[in-house]
Design a protein around this ligand. Sequence first.
Ligand code: GAP
Length: 448
Amino acid sequence: MAEKSKNNQLMEKIISLCKRRGFVFPGSEIYGGLANSWDFGPYGAELKNNIKQHWWKTFVQNREDMVGLDSAIIMNPKVWGMSGHLSNFSDPLIECKKCHTRFKADSVGFFNPEDKIGKLDGVSCPECGKSDWSPALQFNLMFKTNVGPTEEKSSEVYLRPETAQGIFVNFKNISDTSRKKMPFGVAQIGKSFRNEITPGNFIFRTREFEQMEIEYFFNPEKDKWEDKFKMWENAFKKWMDEIGVNSKKLFFHDIEKEELAHYSKKTIDVEFDFPFGKKELFGLAYRTDFDLKNHKLDYKDPETQKPFVPHVIEPSLGVERMALAILLSAYTEEKINNEVRVVMKFKNNLAPIKIAVFPLLRNKPELVKKAREIYDVLKTKWMCEFDDNGNVGKRYRRQDEIGTPYCVTVDFETLEDDAVTVRDRDTMKQERIKISELKFFLKNKLEE
Ligand code: GAP
């Protein structure tokens, strides 16, 4: 019980810090909000961009066997027929007959797709406590809309529920133009939409979110799927370490055969121990040749000229879910002189602001001028902030909560010795550094 309330408190602290410091705001807040929609503020946008950029650099730029793609969100609806999403991408929905709240059936306790109402007898409604359920209905999670001015059946389209299909339908275009030889992969980052029955837990499950997906194609006659699967599992373990996901909170959960998605032969859910329980952070799936076969696409081996349908390994991540795991991994409270210091200990590569520059006093023009000169130089290379509000102690507190690794202060001595004080976020140690050496010093620190 104590553990549960500690976890609730941690979640509340994270949500409150995100709002107070400008990471994440409730969506449409001035109009009363829209349930479970969130907007990323200035620091949240930086954090998300840093995650995406690091992912792209690691898995596209740094690898010879990968290329990128940016495909359309609205696609020909035939795509979703062929991919199986129209018939299979649904959740079992039940309604409490007493309070009329709707739930994803497995979220209220247990659900076996074969079961109907009988098996839910005795399971209480989490809202009103009664146990009187409607039969389960399959509810398709895709958002439907219309293209053009008329709302006819023929103009119906869907917002994509995964970015993956954009990769599959472009497979031929990419293999014809990129000159990549098998095995090779295609990466894409973009918005996906799902009309989730039970969104929630802050930015963990929302109806609109960003995915970072890779489809890695190989010839099953030349490569063993187990080897490629392992390669991606290891690559992502390393990547999560580099971006500061707490490895002690990670669990690799092999999905049971009966629970696999309609396209998968093997899936590992990489789970993170969130304050609301161990939940899927991202998935790694062996999608076989399911998608390319359904889209009637194949590949000709350049040596044998024999056509075959490539198989696929898919690492699929949600950006916001990754951001939440990183916020939770970075959140630290330290007791200092009977006060609690809250510090976001982001890895340098993910910190929204890398350096904050302060003049000691805002009403001393010679200090402000010098600090601005330094800021103007540093900001061309790193995301920096100039701050002359309040006293230096308060500025440090704010930068600690934003997770800024270094603060540079211009004081009266600077005017004498052309040096500044550089304060390290984690150790709180302060060093005097010559302005002429500052950029080199920070480069070494930030990029070490
Ligand atoms: N292409 C495969 C696919 O989309 P998925 O397990 O349904 O697989 C992959 O989704 C990842 O996308 C999840 O592990 C999660 O990180 C993220 N994701 C899925 N639904 C989400 C939602 N409603 N809100 C936020 N992130 C979501």
